[in-house]
Design a protein around this ligand. Structure first.
Ligand SMILES: [Zn+2]
Length: 122
């Protein structure tokens, strides 16, 4: 069974797992979607939501890419001397971060964050 709440009014629902992905009309008149897991997200995403998510995760990924760049430049002395190419490397890493965040969403961001942490420790 999947337990979830209406994203709009908070009404509780408990439905069979065979109904995952199904849309239903809540008593508050809004359409909600049966989430894949318990207490999942029941809101039906509109194109604008995907766009905002892309910006948020892509932006976060780009920031992480920039962090990754700073880490590399600070740790590797020889790279700091390549002043011109440094910014190219920075742009590439930020772009990679953006793509990773935009395509991978939360998972992509977490993966990138883990890579940075690994590098900090190692
Ligand atoms: Zn509702």
């Amino acid at each position: 069974m999947i337990a979830f709440r209406c994203w709009y009014c908070g009404k509780r629902y408990l439905v069979a797992e065979s109904r995952i992905g199904e849309r239903l009309k809540c008593s508050c008149q809004n359409l909600v979607k049966v989430p894949k897991k318990n207490h999942g997200y029941s809101r039906i995403k509109k194109p604008l939501d995907y766009f905002v998510e892309l910006l948020v995760y892509g932006g976060g990924g780009a920031l992480l890419g920039f962090g990754f760049f700073l880490l590399i430049v600070i740790r590797i002395p020889f790279l700091t001397r390549l002043s011109g190419r440094r910014w190219t490397a920075c742009a590439i890493l930020m772009l990679l971060g953006f793509l990773l965040g935009a395509l991978g969403g939360e998972r992509g961001i977490n993966w990138l964050g883990r890579k940075i942490r690994d590098r900090e420790q190692g």
